[in-house]
Design a protein around this ligand. Structure first.
Ligand SMILES: Cc1cc2nc3c(=O)[nH]c(=O)nc-3n(C[C@H](O)[C@H](O)[C@H](O)COP(=O)(O)OP(=O)(O)OC[C@H]3O[C@@H](n4cnc5c(N)ncnc54)[C@H](O)[C@@H]3O)c2cc1C
Length: 537
């Protein structure tokens, strides 16, 4: 036998439809009010699973962005150069309207449809979704300043990706970033030291930002101290007179993951900016943006978990060990089933949250924090377990797993790290009782007595009085209760029951793959992927 004959390896997973093969996502999209988007999601899912787009995802991460601070003569350039694959991915997502869909005509269900598009695009490459998400999220904050919105919103809504470095009015489409975090103050943005002084119709801003992702965006929402207190500004890369703004890129971060996306350190040297909202209301203004990027952290985490699950189901359906497919081994089936219910819980949670944005529900504010806190924690755990399911292959870049694994902790860090988010949940309890009560009501919509029992426990916990150190436990319980409520109402009984038994009643162990009982029903549902037929047994 030739030594180079390859046996017992899974074939490449390409040419599949990322949307059509995801039953929980399809059902959630329809249930949450975006049934009209099913055809376009199916088209987009086909693109995201195509060999070409999957290759772009690898190329964009293997060839990370390069910073050019100066030209050969010593003039400042402040430009980042990306691999063509990154631009292809950006064009794909922008032409699909992931940056704009809900703001184009405010159609009911548009936030849900857009969230589903983002969930699919994340599976091609998570990094490029950062500027796409920030552009979407910037619109509600920008609307606080009608004159700035009148000028920028039409440019932001165009479904045209234009990577050229020119003044925004000359471009066919623009993207928007955000710069809050400074060296001495990230979560604690009130410690920002960047200063802004009024000049004519705008402001001059001087200072630095320690994290500024996607610095080739056309403008950034920035926080700076104005005479009247911390304020939010829109800072374009080019000044209104057509000259370059004094927005200097110092270096790019050498990051754990998220490598296709550039994250920079920037200095503003008397840079020109528009004020958005009032002086002293900077946090209140930019929080409009952060609420929407938090939704995207939730959707992104669910998308990463789904991608990991898909890779695992595919591998297990083709790889044999000890005379049987991995997908036929009882213990592996338990792991696959457990990952499947975790993933479904994440998907239903993300899509329910997206609907809250469609309807402006108070539920959305607390649920966004609860969901971000929880999926931020569950995503690395689930992706790590999935990586192991591929054995040694999972530890190797070609499998795609290391990229997912490196990306997975990020959703928990940016837009509010775990503790900060947990404290937000506690704050909502005290300052936004209407939102907190809406979340409680959503949980109590379940008729499962075990879920209602958990709701009672949470109420008792709240009644006893909560301190800061209790915030994580509150976040965890609320998240599990919300997921359990959604699953018991909308998912098949084997999925919901296994979730409730293990996550609510705490039967089973602390690692994945400790579900009690038979997992066949769960796996039959998980297996909607034509490449994983072996699971049907
Ligand atoms: C890849 C990447 C890209 C980014 N891109 C951007 C960007 O484009 N724009 C931007 O503005 N920022 C960006 N950030 C920054 C990110 O938002 C911050 O890193 C994050 O908000 C945390 O802030 P920090 O790093 O200052 O940490 P800190 O605020 O110092 O927090 C450190 C730890 O302390 C915890 N902590 C903080 N306060 C409390 C408290 N009161 N009680 C208990 N624990 C607490 C936090 O949860 C965290 O675990 C990016 C970060 C990364 C990793």
């Amino acid at each position: 036998m030739a030594t180079h004959e390859v046996q017992n390896q899974a074939p490449p997973l390409v040419g599949y439809n990322v949307f059509d093969t995801d039953a929980p996502l399809r059902e959630a999209v329809e249930r949450e009010g975006a049934g009209w988007a099913l055809p376009l999601l199916s088209d987009f899912g086909g693109r995201c699973g195509s060999e070409e787009v999957i290759r772009w995802g690898f190329q964009a991460n293997e060839n990370p962005p390069v910073l050019h601070t100066h030209d050969r003569y010593g003039n400042r350039r402040d430009e980042v150069e990306f691999h063509p694959a990154y631009h292809h991915l950006m064009r794909l997502s922008i032409e699909a309207g992931i940056h704009s869909l809900p703001w184009e005509n405010e159609r009911r269900g548009a936030h849900v449809a857009r969230a589903a598009l983002l969930y699919l695009a994340t599976q091609a490459d998570a990094g490029h979704t950062c500027p796409v998400s920030m552009t979407y999220a910037a619109i509600p904050a920008l609307r606080r300043e009608p004159s700035a919105a009148a000028q920028w919103e039409p440019m932001m809504l165009r479904r045209s990706y234009d990577p050229s470095f020119r003044p925004a009015p000359l471009k066919s489409g623009v993207t928007i970033g955000m710069a809050m975090t400074e060296k001495q103050g990230g979560s604690d943005v009130r410690a920002n030291s960047t200063r802004a002084e009024a000049e004519g119709a705008g402001y001059r801003v001087t200072g630095h930002k320690w994290f500024c992702s996607a610095p080739m965006c056309d403008a950034f929402l920035v926080l700076a101290q104005a005479p009247g207190g911390l304020a939010c500004f829109l800072m374009p890369r080019w000044q209104p007179d057509g000259s370059r703004n004094r927005f200097h890129l110092q270096r790019l971060k050498n990051k754990l993951g998220n490598r296709s996306n550039a994250s920079s350190e920037v200095e503003f040297d008397n840079a020109w900016a528009w004020r958005i909202g009032e002086e002293g209301r900077g946090v209140a203004t930019i929080i409009e943006m952060v609420n929407h990027t938090r939704l995207d952290c939730v959707v992104g985490a669910a998308g990463l978990m789904r991608q990991a699950l898909t890779l695992v189901l595919h591998h297990a359906a083709h790889r044999r060990a000890f005379g049987r497919l991995l997908a036929e081994q009882p213990l592996m089936r338990n792991v696959l089933a457990d990952l499947s219910i975790e993933c479904e819980a994440a998907t239903v949670m993300a899509m329910r949250l997206a609907r809250a944005f469609d309807h402006g529900e108070p539920f959305g504010r607390t649920a966004a924090a609860v969901s971000k806190f929880w999926l931020g924690k569950r995503c690395p755990a689930a992706v790590g377990e999935a990586l192991e399911c591929l054995g040694g292959n999972g530890y190797v870049e070609d499998s795609g797993m290391p990229r997912l694994f490196r990306e997975s902790p990020l959703l928990s860090i940016w837009e509010g790290s775990g503790n900060v988010i947990a404290l937000d949940i506690l704050r909502a309890l005290k300052r936004e009782p209407e939102s907190f009560d809406a979340l409680r009501a959503e949980i109590r919509a379940s008729h499962d007595r075990r879920v209602l029992g958990l709701a009672d426990d949470i109420d008792a916990m709240v009644m006893r009085g909560l301190q800061e150190e209790d915030a994580r436990l509150l976040g965890e319980r609320l998240a599990i209760a919300l997921q359990a409520s959604l699953l018991t109402r909308f998912s098949p009984e084997p999925v919901a029951d296994a979730f409730v038994r293990t996550r609510v009643e705490q039967q089973g162990g602390r690692v994945f793959g400790t579900l009690p009982g038979d997992s066949g029903g769960i796996l039959r549902r998980a297996e909607r992927n034509a490449t994983a037929n072996a699971l049907m047994g």
